[in-house]
Design a binder for this molecule. Structure first.
Ligand SMILES: [Zn+2]
Length: 276
């Protein structure tokens, strides 16, 4: 699944490669998939997208906004899989859930693995969509300051017992973060995934905040994680510190043994020595 850094990167690459292109034909998928969320019929989609120009895209949380000028926005959300740009004369992938051709004969395909939204809105309506409309500040927003983060933690503590992993991955308290990035954030912050947040002192809160900001920045700078693909089909350059491969190597900090637990909807890897 794409997380915030991959979405930031895709938006950047789309702006460099697609900005100003004119859509010749817009198609939805050729491969039925129960968990791709569309809001248009094939006919409607083709009709509304024809002749539109690609505007300036941006990412927020796990959502990617691509303006189709004039008047519309294509919204990709909560997707994994591949969003790929193809030069003219490239081979069309066998399976796709969205396919746009441009007047210069280059094209774009999107194929999701698990689920994901591929929806077309009249401009402005996309911000009224569930999950988009009430989205909290994300780590790349200027509002996401340490003061804001502290207030978010205080608010979360008031609601229920919450752990560090829960804060990072549940209920989109910090939109754009997922299970994968959370594990590296916690390693960088030196915190155990089950550590209750009501127990964090000021310095630990600071470490967690820095862990979020630094990890998001580093993954983004390296073009996303090594197990995800960019717009050109290239794997990202960021090798995850804590994933299943970590079990086979020593902790990069203390050289101790990495452990795996099942916790909050997925495997969780951490160093018991560095993350107490
Ligand atoms: Zn360690």
């Amino acid at each position: 699944m794409f997380e915030l850094p991959e979405y930031i990167n895709l938006a950047k690459q789309i702006n460099a490669a697609l900005n100003g292109k004119t859509i010749q034909c817009g198609n939805l998928g050729n491969s039925p998939h129960k968990f791709v969320w569309y809001n248009r019929s094939q006919e409607e989609f083709t009709d509304l997208t024809q002749g539109k120009k690609i505007g300036k895209s941006h990412a927020k949380g796990r959502w990617l906004f691509i303006p189709f000028e004039p008047g519309y926005t294509l919204l990709f959300g909560e997707c994994g899989g591949k969003i790929l740009f193809h030069q003219a004369d490239s081979k069309l992938p066998k399976k796709y859930h969205l396919y746009l051709t441009f007047t210069d004969l280059s094209f774009l395909t999107a194929t999701t693995q698990m689920w994901g939204a591929m929806e077309l809105y009249e401009q402005g309506e996309e911000f009224k969509r569930e999950y988009v409309k009430d989205m909290r500040p994300t780590p790349i927003d200027p509002e996401f300051t340490f003061t804001y983060f502290n207030a978010l933690m205080d608010e979360s503590i008031g609601q229920k017992k919450r752990s560090t992993k829960s804060l990072l991955t549940q209920e989109q308290l910090i939109p754009g973060l997922g299970n994968a990035i959370a594990q590296d954030i916690l390693f960088n912050a030196g915190l155990h995934p089950r550590h209750p947040i009501d127990d964090l002192d000021h310095a630990q809160r600071g470490k967690l905040y820095a862990g979020i900001m630094d990890t998001v920045e580093e993954i983004t700078e390296q073009g996303g994680r090594y197990d995800e693909f960019d717009l050109f089909g290239q794997k990202g350059g960021y090798v995850r510190i804590m994933d299943k491969n970590a079990l086979e190597r020593p902790c990069p900090q203390c050289e101790g043994e990495i452990k795996k637990i099942q916790y909050l909807g997925g495997a969780c890897y951490f160093c018991p020595n560095c993350q107490q």
